[in-house]
Design a binder for this molecule. Structure first.
Ligand SMILES: [Zn+2]
Length: 321
């Protein structure tokens, strides 16, 4: 896929709709998302179908990241294309300029596209590293009510306890895929919950540093602790892979977003993980995002990013738009 192919193939709203219908329902007939009936009639001059089972109308956009959108699908496809092709992320400001839409529209659409990057089925196996990092800027005096607006511009590996720092935990297969999430309290219990959720413990060896909370892994999985004070780990006995991911995340955030609010950090973590996990895949990330986009079970949809730019902090000053 390149930009001229994109513009040719998806030049009209109707072409985009047909493509999404094919992705969502394949060669099957249209399936009513309300009742599952296969018996429906297409409404004239509309993207809607009328279900003869439950008498309700639906379109292919129902329950997807495109639901209730007023933005044309050709623009949506362009936004998805730009986001899928940029290796290190692209800011909403850039997207707004490239596609020719308002900043707020671009910001909102970008978050919805990130929802279509979530991989709910991801389970790691083999040699898996765990490590934590802290995203957060210099210590600033923040009012309690501003806690969600912490400027997140740097990532450190130090176990700092600064008020504006957000702990994130990453888990990664050596030469493989990554999963990363915010864990406010790095207790043994919370880390163990993450391990059980994301790693196939029977088929894996887990590598961590000596942080005491990882001790809880000992009874559940084969667990190797790397002692940094005895010099760096050798061979596979390292947590180098996750450290590599931290540096990608750090450069990506600094380079494109400069700083983010804590509230929306999960969206960006999803984006960077998606890009990392798709880096070796043959399939086109554009197609992967589109196929995910028409699935109905997107948990972040209900997170509902609001078009409130006051929550977006750019470097030292607020975004002016
Ligand atoms: Zn129905």
């Amino acid at each position: 896929m390149n930009i001229s192919v994109l513009n040719n193939r998806f030049s009209t709203q109707q072409r985009c709709i047909s493509h999404l219908e094919k992705l969502r329902w394949g060669k099957r007939k249209f399936v009513c998302p309300h009742c599952g009936s296969l018996n429906s009639t297409k409404r004239d001059n509309s993207i809607k179908h009328h279900c003869n089972g439950c008498n309700k109308d639906y379109s292919v956009l129902f329950g997807t990241i495109f639901e209730n959108t007023r933005l044309s699908l050709t623009k949506w496809f362009q936004i998805i294309f730009i986001m899928s092709q940029s290796k290190m992320g692209v800011s909403a400001k850039e997207v707004s300029r490239l596609v020719g839409v308002k900043y707020q529209t671009a910001w909102y659409a970008c978050h919805r596209v990130r929802c279509a990057m979530i991989d709910n089925e991801l389970r790691l196996e083999g040699m898996v590293e765990f490590d934590e990092a802290y995203i957060g800027g210099k210590k600033r005096k923040l009012k309690k009510s501003d806690a969600n607006k912490a400027v997140l511009s740097t990532i450190t590996n130090k176990r700092g306890r600064g008020t504006s720092k957000v702990p994130i935990v990453g888990s990664v297969e050596k030469k493989g895929r990554v999963y990363v999430k915010i864990i406010e309290k790095l207790t043994g219990r919370n880390l163990l919950l993450m391990l059980k959720k994301i790693v196939k413990t029977d088929e894996s060896i887990v590598f961590t540093d000596e942080f005491k909370s990882y001790k809880s892994f000992d009874n559940v999985v084969e667990h190797i602790t790397i002692n940094h004070s005895e010099g760096y780990g050798k061979g596979v006995r390292t947590v180098n892979t996750i450290e590599g991911f931290w540096s990608i995340l750090k450069n990506g955030i600094k380079g494109n977003y400069r700083s983010l609010s804590k509230k929306y950090l999960p969206f960006y973590l999803v984006e960077f993980s998606f890009k990392y996990n798709n880096r070796f895949l043959e399939s086109d990330p554009f197609t992967t995002i589109l196929s995910n986009a028409v699935k109905e079970d997107k948990c972040f949809i209900y997170y509902k990013p609001k078009c409130d730019t006051k929550h977006i902090v750019y470097g030292s000053g607020r975004c002016k738009q």
